[in-house]
Design a protein around this ligand. Structure first.
Ligand code: HEM
Ligand SMILES: *[C@@H]1O[C@H](CO)[C@@H](O)[C@H](O)[C@H]1NC(C)=O
Length: 532
């Protein structure tokens, strides 16, 4: 400042004017920066919990901790969990601070109403809806309602469609294998496209589920949107709106929206028209049995349009396909690493299907208890970093005296609970049949959570409580059927000298390594069942 003053002192009139303008701008700029930093900083004083992962004091320590969270989130959460055992702590990310809940708090908060502990508000903030264009149906529960009520009611009647589509998909997507030699296959692509085809069969029906453009959309949308989210999280918050505007962060959402509408509009229009005609003529409209129809029946009149309904269809792929594909890939990686589990699972499946005259139905799937146990164990060992992501809408005091202030983001550290000896015996061991054995012990007691789709504060892979994943029963049926197709026809293993690839981390988002190849070989002999 001193230098500036002296310079302006001896300047002529015009210059004088320029310099005072310059100094005024500088003062404003510094003031602005100071206020922004103060605001950023003050977020932390809203909760009194310690922040994990901070190594040096002050603002720079905070910024460093956020950068470390991108590459090292698991480690930060783990050390926080052990350091502050049984207590809350905070992790700080480029986006927000997250209060990490204790096991008892997850239990206590799991059934709080949405206006106190909100799932949707958390999703909107995490996905940066204002910049990414997500969140158009904020305030509605269309998707979870359609899944929770309609899809679950229909599960008994769609097994044939699932089986048929998986057969078709594997015939198309799985490279030809023989019984004579091992063939390396990048199995993720096969899994993802098979899951996308099968899910689309139930979500949008034939012929759309066989449309190549729709398959591309449903396998890429989630990934592309997450890339946008990850790109944005690295931009400091104060300049993020400007950045989002400059680089048009809504472009991914907008382009997928358009592509989805082009593909779906003819079907939606035809259905709306047929329904209108039937109503006019007093005839009964035979409704198709798929997600598109359930959503059409569920939405408010103003959302009964081609663009709303196709966007909802897009959101259905968003919540389902990547999650199911990654979970299945993880399970296959674990099975390849635990060959001792392959034959028992194969035999149990054969027995269950034979007992049902060679047909897969829901009762048959329920009898696949070793498979169920294996999926549950695989999920226990490879969970996401967080689930039970919520935002506190009204300050709330818990029974242990903890106060969670309005606006706080909260999460459950899934794998900390599922590998904590207080909650799981011998947690470090991968035991594919752990839950199967437990279910035998617990027969008639019905006290243990041994089923994969049963959630609890210890079993958080599908979340828990009011907003636990409503699609998990469907995902479980699809995954069991898909595994039956694979395991009843093929052997698979890692290439010589290789083993399970490490999980890839970007901030709080985890994924299995999808480029890893497995070796496949056809089992000798004729097809075991005619549905294969
Ligand atoms: C193995 C595959 C899947 C995994 C691991 C998974 C995981 C999850 C998780 C962790 C949540 C958050 C729950 C919470 O925080 O309490 C969730 C929510 C949700 N999932 Fe899934 N999911 C899977 C498959 C599916 C499928 C196939 C569908 C649709 C058919 C689906 C639909 C949903 C919906 C609609 C929600 C939001 C629920 C709400 O807001 O109340 N999911 N899922
Ligand atoms: C994923 O696995 C492939 C093949 O094993 C390997 O070459 C690649 O480095 C892995 N990717 C990452 C990001 O670790």
């Amino acid at each position: 400042m001193g230098i500036l003053m002296r310079l302006t002192d001896c300047a002529e009139d015009k210059k004088l004017h320029d310099y005072s303008f310059l100094s005024a701008s500088l003062v404003l700029l510094f003031l602005g920066l100071f206020l922004l930093l103060k605001k950023e900083w003050s977020i932390h004083s809203s909760t009194k919990f310690p922040i994990a992962g901070i190594e040096s004091p002050g603002y720079f320590g905070l910024v460093k901790a956020r950068a470390r969270f991108v590459s090292n989130a698991f480690h930060i959460v783990k050390s926080g969990y052990h350091k502050y055992r049984g207590k809350n702590f905070v992790v700080t990310t480029y986006n927000y601070d997250i209060v990490i809940l204790t096991h008892d708090q997850v239990k206590e908060l799991s059934n709080e109403p949405e206006d106190t502990v909100s799932n949707q508000a958390s999703g909107i903030e995490r996905m940066m809806a204002e910049h990414t264009g997500l969140g158009r149906f904020d305030g509605h529960n269309y998707l979870s309602e359609a899944v929770r009520i309609k899809l679950i009611q229909s599960l008994g009647t769609i097994t044939d469609a699932i089986t048929e589509e998986i057969r078709f998909a594997l015939d198309t997507e799985l490279p030809e294998c023989t019984a004579d030699e091992w063939r390396p296959i990048g199995i993720f692509t096969t899994i993802q496209r098979t899951v996308a085809r099968t899910s689309s069969r139930v979500f949008a029906g034939l012929p759309l589920c066989r449309n190549e453009d729709w398959l591309t959309i449903s396998t890429r949308f989630t990934r592309d949107l997450f890339m946008t989210v990850i790109e944005l999280t690295r931009i400091p918050k104060p300049i993020r709106p400007f950045y989002a505007w400059m680089f048009d962060s809504k472009r991914v959402m907008n382009s997928y929206r358009k592509r989805a509408e082009i593909l779906l509009a003819p079907t939606i229009q035809r259905r709306l028209e047929e329904e209108r005609l039937a109503e006019k003529n007093g005839a009964v409209y035979e409704k198709p049995n798929d997600m598109l129809q359930w959503l059409t029946d569920l939405v408010e009149p103003r959302h009964k349009t081609t663009d709303s309904l196709s966007e909802l269809q897009l959101m259905t792929t968003f919540v389902s396909i990547q999650g199911t594909s990654n979970t299945f890939l993880n399970a296959l990686f674990d099975l390849a690493a635990h060959q001792e589990c392959v034959q028992p699972i194969r035999e149990e499946m054969e027995a269950a299907i034979s007992a049902n005259n060679g047909v897969i139905d829901r009762a048959t799937l329920r009898k696949m208890r070793k498979t169920d146990s294996f999926f549950k164990e695989s999920m226990r060992k490879n969970p996401p970093l967080f689930t039970f992501n919520r935002k506190i809408m009204k300050s709330i005091t818990l029974s242990d005296g903890t106060c969670l202030p309005k606006g706080a983001m909260i999460s459950a550290p899934v794998s900390m609970f599922s590998t904590d000896p207080d909650f799981v015996e011998d947690p470090e061991t991968f035991d594919g049949f752990r839950w199967y054995k437990k279910s035998l012990e617990a027969e008639g007691l019905a006290t243990h959570n041994t089923k994969w789709t049963t959630t609890s504060a210890r079993d958080l892979g599908f979340g828990h409580g009011r907003h636990a994943c409503p699609g998990r029963f469907f995902a479980s049926d699809v995954m069991k059927t898909l595994l039956a197709f694979i395991i009843l026809q093929y052997d698979f293993k890692y290439p010589e000298g290789q083993s399970r690839p490490p999980t890839l981390e970007t901030g709080e988002y985890f994924s299995p390594n999808t480029t890893k190849k497995l070796l496949f070989k056809k089992l000798p002999g004729p097809k075991k069942f005619s549905f294969l």
